[in-house]
Every structure is written in C-alpha cells, then in structure tokens.
Design a protein around this ligand. Sequence first.
Ligand code: NAI
Ligand code: 0TF
Length: 276
Amino acid sequence: MALLTPDDLADMTNALIKNDCLIQELTTYSLDGLCRKVYGTAPGNEMIAIVPVTAGNGIIGSFSESLLFTVKHFGMNGFITENTDVAGYYEAVTAGADIVLMADDLAYIAHNLRNGKIAHNQVCTGRIYAEILCHAADFADGDIDNDNIDNDENALLVIGLGKVGTPALETFLNEKQNIYVFDVDSKRVDEIVLHYPVKKYDPKDGKTFSRIFEATPCADTISESVLRENSVVSTPGIPCGISGELIEKYSVRVVLEPLGIGTLSMLYAVFDFRVA
Ligand code: NAI
Ligand code: 0TF
C-alpha cells in the first residue's frame, strides 16, 4: 500500500473543507449528508478514540491529528490516546471509547466496540468517491440519464482496479452505471472484465467521459484524450492523476482529499444508529 507522507497531509484541513463544498455543488449533498444517505446511519454521540501506531514505518506526522480534525469538523467527539499501539488501544477502551480508529502500514480501520462493526479504509474510500460520481448531476454536456445505462454518452471511466478501485467499481455497478475500466496491469483488467459486467477501455476508440474515477498511486494517469469540457474527476489516488494544466484547459472539477473523506465514510459504515 502506498503510504501517506506528512507533505500529503500538510493542507488536509483546507482540502477537506473545499472538497465538502465541491461535493455539495456536484451532488446537492454535504459530505456527511451523502454518507448518511449511502449507509443509512447517523452519529449517536459516540466517543471516537484515535490510536497512533508505531509498527512498520511508524507514526506519520499529523495523521492522528488529521483524523481528530475530521471527527470534530463533523461535530463528533474524539481524542488521540497518549499511548501508542497496544497500550493506546487499552487506554482507548478503558477511557470509554465507542469507536477506535487506527492504522498500520497494511490496514486503516474503524472498529465500533459496541456493535462489533468494522470498516476498512480502502473499501470505504472507494465507495464514497464512487457515490460522489453516482450522485453528481447536471454536467455541461447534459444531464446524466441514469435510466439508460447502455448509453455510452453517460458512461464512466474507472482507472486503477486495486483495493480502492474495485469496491468503487462494485458501487457503480450497484448503482447501475455503464462502466469502462483501465489499469496498467492488463491481467487485472482481464480478471475484472471476466467477473463484472464492464467494458475494457481502449485508447484507440477515442472515447471521452464526463465522469472519471481514478485510484492509482501515479500522476498523469488521466490523459487529455478522455476529457470533455467540465468533466468531473473523483480521485482518491495520491498523487493527483490529472495535471493542473488539463484541469484548467477543460474546466475539470476534481474531488481529491488525502484522508478525511474516506475516514468519514468509515465512521458512517460502523455507526449503529439507523436513519429512516
Ligand atoms: P492498489 O495498489 O491496490 O491499486 C492501484 C492500482 O492502480 C493497481 O491495480 C495498479 O496496477 C494500478 N495502476 C498503477 N499505475 C497505474 C497507471 N499509471 N495507470 C493505470 N493504473 C495504474 O492501491 P489502492 O490501495 O487501491 O490505492 C490506490 C491509491 O489510492 C493510492 O495512491 C493510495 O494511496 C490512495 N488512497 C487514498 C485514500 C484517500 O483517502 N484519498 C485512501 C486509500 C488509498
Ligand atoms: O498511508 C496509509 C494509507 C492511508 C489511507 C488514507 N489515505 N495509504 N496508511 C498508513 C497509515 C499509518 C499511520 C501510522 N501508523 C500512524 O500515524 O498511526
């Protein structure tokens, strides 16, 4: 798994706030409103403990602080444990935490100690970034016609079919979207096309897309040839897969933030309280 760096998180608080506004503009839902709709849950005054973990490559500067910012920004209660690792987990539980957030180099999880629900960052990140595109409406080149899923005009391009991209793909399919897929690993593309009702994207076809999902650890994965004026790109991938020059040239709207959006999605995945 590609690990975050302190530089990735340097502007995280502004990025979360700016992306929340963009999500609202694109979907009519605020980020927490969208999570509530997607998961059918809401916060119920849970105390959220964040446990710093030193295993592997160790503490990432401002990782825990960015999680606490996310928790508090969306009106929830939380704290960072003074101790790390197992001692931090013990501290969290004995201090009465309802939910524990913690990450090592392989997994970042939210665990609700009251109801046993557990959520994985890669799955929840893929899901929420996909839901943003599903709910995005009113593009420059016309409204999305969700009733006509075979219409290639409305098709979505998914780039990067790994641990974030695959749950995103499943979300799109649940929402009955028409999907083209691309990954630099052609074996992965073949596996995906075999298992899911999606089509291979072939650059030779010259297709362009008003909605693009990207989850790779590489820059410049989104080429000019796939873009339309005002395309929307929803991309958890770090670094950003589209250049600033293309964003400007095509007035592309890009949803990208390094940690908070996925974290909120994880919390809603483990909340207990179900909304009507
Ligand atoms: P992964 O390694 O499981 O999957 C990445 C996929 O991208 C692989 O299938 C790989 O073959 C493909 N790929 C690599 N280079 C490519 C290229 N140039 N063109 C097309 N496909 C390419 O990684 P995972 O866990 O799915 O993460 C993807 C990205 O999302 C990483 O940058 C990770 O740091 C980021 N991420 C961001 C989060 C956020 O909150 N913003 C949360 C979790 C992950
Ligand atoms: O960097 C990562 C993931 C995070 C996905 C969210 N964008 N790519 N995982 C490593 C987290 C390690 C945290 C560290 N152990 C700490 O500070 O507690």
